[in-house]
Design a protein around this ligand. Structure first.
Ligand SMILES: [Zn+2]
Length: 302
């Protein structure tokens, strides 16, 4: 599969996939199931498999190229991580770093790493094994971790495994981390927007250049059905009520607007524009769906 790219003014955004598949919706959005997902008719095809009703799920990084800067947003599950509580991320052995390099992001050229939050599937490639110790994968990058987010996860264990211990703390100890506010402006074209609820310090990544706009959602959404039902929690939402409020205000803000929404766990086109749909909303992938033949992959069921 070729990496998929979008040009937002001067900013090139590339999706680099670690894994893709058709996931049982109940695992991710407990109110959803194999019978009701297809009620979101607008999503059937791009985001929901027509045959099975499963979610098209992707674990991917969005790489941003802005002038000389190469910024990686979220670092997937990583290799060799012990995740007894998350079989999908346990002791992975993928060629993700080769795909990242092929997509334009050799690790040594990455200038910054942004984690929308510090969950297991957003920090994994922050580090890799060097002998028996975890070392930063991106030796020349500054890693930006939300200050509020780290306050939470530095004391709260994750059910998946020792995520903080193997994928965050080693970066801090190596002196490569900066603890940042959730509304940080990185440069003229790029800033963070707080989108809390899924986790306490969760933020989205906003891109604006030459009258073109995009936003990377992080884990604000896990399933397209949440555009119809913002109150349907994602299983890992830390504060479900707050996450639902944030989803609603986000859709109000970006609906019927030219901002391209890039969803961090949506497979298929992984993007669209938010439109009003009766009393709810939908995500319209427009010309980004159907995919070109060489972009299609990931039909295994999980
Ligand atoms: Zn996630």
């Amino acid at each position: 599969m070729n990496p998929k790219s979008w040009q937002i003014g001067e900013v090139k955004i590339t999706k680099i996939v670690e894994s893709e598949g058709l996931w049982d919706p109940t695992r991710i959005v407990p109110n959803a199931n194999l019978d009701n997902t297809r009620d979101s008719e607008w999503a059937v095809g791009p985001f929901i498999d027509p045959e099975t009703g499963r979610f098209r799920i992707s674990i991917h990084t969005f790489g941003l190229e802005i002038g000389d800067e190469k910024i990686v947003v979220d670092t997937c599950g990583g290799n060799d991580k012990l995740r007894p509580g998350a079989p999908d991320f346990h002791q992975l052995q993928t060629d993700f770093l080769e795909r990242l390099a092929a997509g334009g992001f050799p690790p040594e050229e990455v200038t910054a790493v942004v984690c929308t939050h510090l969950h297991v599937d957003h920090v994994g490639w922050n580090t890799m094994l060097d002998g028996d110790t975890w070392k930063p994968t991106f030796p020349n990058a500054r890693y930006l971790f939300g200050e509020r987010e780290w306050q939470h996860w530095s004391v709260e264990p994750q059910i998946y495994g020792d995520v903080a211990g193997d994928s965050v703390r080693p970066v801090i100890e190596a002196g490569r981390a900066e603890l940042i506010p959730s509304d940080l402006r990185l440069n003229d074209l790029l800033w963070l927007e707080p989108t809390p609820g899924h986790t306490p310090g969760h933020h989205s990544v906003r891109i604006s250049s030459d009258d073109a706009d995009a936003i990377i959602t992080g884990d604000l959404f896990h399933g397209a059905v949440q555009f119809d039902h913002p109150d349907w929690a994602s299983a890992p939402d830390v504060d479900r009520a707050h996450a639902a409020e944030t989803r609603t205000s986000f859709m109000e803000r970006y609906s019927d607007d030219h901002t391209l929404v890039l969803a961090t766990h949506f497979g298929g086109p992984s993007c669209g524009h938010i439109k009003r749909n009766g009393s709810g909303f939908r995500l319209d992938p427009g010309a980004h769906w159907p995919l070109a033949v060489d972009e299609v992959s990931g039909t295994s069921e999980r």
